[in-house]
Design a protein around this ligand. Structure first.
Ligand SMILES: [Zn+2]
Length: 262
């Protein structure tokens, strides 16, 4: 029994992938709620320590931005800053990028794969639909295949449905397309903290969630609404804690790294 208990224990660390200051949040709703309002998004990524391996979920804005004190203009009106490089953060745990067994992004927007190419030694879990979209010619707006170039040499596990990462039901990738064609969430069963779902960019803020605001840049409004419906039913049925990776209040409510949830 004691052995089984150890086997099931998982730690969830929230890593700081940076912050984005936005001059006008208008694009975050196609129904006009945010027009003229500035905003700030947290950029979080996550380290999951499972008895069978270390998984990094999303990879932040990119450590190279940390060397620019004023940040980097990601797009007109979007300024990204990286206060602490990801490499230094995982170094706090005595780890390097080489120690990470698995890397999986919620989707391939630049604020989720900034450090992806650092995971040369990891197995990459990638969504087939997301890759087919990214590889279109011309490249879709807002994504850059060079940011995940290492997929060409890394070991890649292509998935097209929900996926049980360690095979024991405790860490599962859920398909919630619409923000991008292969957008995904990560569902965790933690021993003490209970069920928790890292919702990726299904919602960018709590206001987004409450009012079902759909960003203009989502690839499908209909798929997003279907994914919101699926997620809200899962949350209702499991009592899972939903974490919006860009919502400052959600990230601040998690234990401050290197503290973690168990
Ligand atoms: Zn994002």
């Amino acid at each position: 029994m004691a052995q089984e208990k150890r086997e099931s224990s998982i730690n969830l660390y929230v890593l700081d992938g940076g912050v984005i200051d936005i001059a006008d949040m208008d694009p975050f709703s196609d129904t006009g709620e945010y027009r003229g309002h500035p905003g700030r998004l947290a950029v979080s990524c996550f380290l999951i320590r499972h008895p069978r391996g270390l998984l990094v979920w999303d990879a932040g804005l990119g450590d190279e931005i940390a060397s620019s004190p004023n940040g980097a203009e990601l797009a007109p009106g979007f300024i990204g800053r990286v206060p602490t490089p990801l490499e230094a953060q995982i170094g706090t745990l005595g780890l390097t990028f080489k120690d990470i067994d698995l890397f999986a992004p919620s989707h391939v927007h630049p604020d989720h794969v900034g450090n992806a190419n650092a995971f040369v030694h990891s197995t990459w879990v990638l969504n087939r639909r997301e890759m087919e979209w990214l590889d279109q010619n011309p490249t879709p707006a807002g994504v850059n295949p060079a940011q995940i170039k290492v997929r060409e040499t890394a070991t890649v596990k292509l998935i097209e449905d929900n996926f049980d990462v360690f095979g024991d039901g405790t860490v599962r990738i859920l398909q919630i397309p619409g923000h991008t064609p292969g957008h995904q969430a990560l569902s965790l069963k933690l021993e003490k903290a209970g069920p928790i779902i890292l919702a990726g960019d299904l919602f960018h803020s709590r206001h987004n969630l409450e009012h079902r605001c759909i960003p203009v840049f989502n690839t499908s409004r209909a798929e997003t609404l279907a994914s919101i419906d699926r997620m809200q039913r899962i949350v209702a049925n499991t009592g899972a804690r939903l974490v919006l990776s860009h919502a400052m209040e959600d990230v601040e409510a998690l234990p401050k790294f290197p503290a973690h949830l168990d």
